[in-house]
Write a protein that binds this ligand. Sequence first.
Ligand code: LLP
Length: 433
Amino acid sequence: MPQHSTPYSDELAGHPQIAYRNGQLMVEAVPVAELAQRFGTPLYVYSRAAIEQAARAYQNAAQGKRVALRYAVKANSNVAILQLLAHCDWGFDIVSGGELARVLAAGGDPGKIVFSGVGKTSAEMRSALQAGVQCFNVESQSELRRLSQVAGEVGVTAPVSLRINPDVDARTHPYISTGLKSNKFGIAQGLALRAYLDAALLPNLHIVGIDCHIGSQITQLEPYLDALDRVLELVHELEHHGIMLEHIDLGGGLGIRYAEETPPTPVALMSALLDRLERAGQGHRQVMMEPGRSVVGNAGLLLSEVITLKSSLERHFAVVDAAMNDLMRPALYEAWQAIVPVRPRDGTQALRYDVVGPVCESGDWLGRARELDLREGDLLAVLSAGAYAMAMASNYNTRPRAAEILVDGAEAHLIRERETVEHLMAGEQLLVF
Ligand code: LLP
């Protein structure tokens, strides 16, 4: 790729705060190469300003409306990032006792936590009840009964919202589509009324809402509107049966630009949803949203160093020090994420590389057929790695998980230290012979 004033402008589109300056990649005012030198690689680097900007886009869209924002912790659960969002007055969507502990450690308001997830254990229910969460998004009648029982044991009333599976196609990758009737999630639309009526009879429960989440990386408005229509049908039916709801939770799922996607903005999404509600005579309802990826996804990158360049008879490989354990999305969903050089060369030795990690799996690749001019020791940045990157990282091949850095202006804060092999072996025991 020839070097001109804005190299890789297509790749960088939609990534505020990540740009080239004087021939090198910067996050805010910090040269990424300096971070590699100071903290080593692989390294996750996030921009505070980019996160706040994305959070603010939602907040501006919600301004003056009855909208509650709940960040989906699973996308990136670093406590410093949760703390930033708590500071911006966001609540949280959690799916485990572990995520609850993180939100509390980050200073999140328990009264603004919604607890989602298809398999909450009694122990998780107990700690969430003790913390005083805002509501449980319940996914089955069995879960309703157990929650009622656990709430009785704890001596409190559990606020519940039922997660409906509206059987709507989110038009995304099958592994991240959740609102189809073949998916494990939620209570089928056709069974929901029965579940609500049962819930109303159970002790220790207080029905507060209705919930749906149809998938992730959604790039069109229609699936959201279809899901809302289905939810509203139920709301009418429920009211007819005397069950009044305080809020409608429309989940997360808004996509980001990885390659050429042009997802709706939070403003466009919110105004389309609120407009539809208004027209259905439901404008008075409180709406809840649980975005994850669209808050943090394009605020982060994964920095990696080229270890080895090698060619087979048919391919060129750039073996880098980040791998599928650091970024699972390509291996798991064949996801495409932009890969750009930290210091672009003149392009005279550009080849089409498969960018792969050192893990012993052919599925261990970060990008395929990427036109890059590389030498061993060069630094590469995998973009859009703020969401579902570190959060899904593993220790496969005994690879310690990478450190995380939050850039704030000209400063870089270590928000998670690099794991060591000692950390990984800490809980293991040798046998005694
Ligand atoms: N609420 C619920 C109940 C969810 O299950 C999810 C994501 C969200 C909110 C947040 O969705 P988002 O706004 O981030 O799309 N690992 C996959 C994504 C899995 C998403 C699962 N649920 C990936 O890397 O694409």
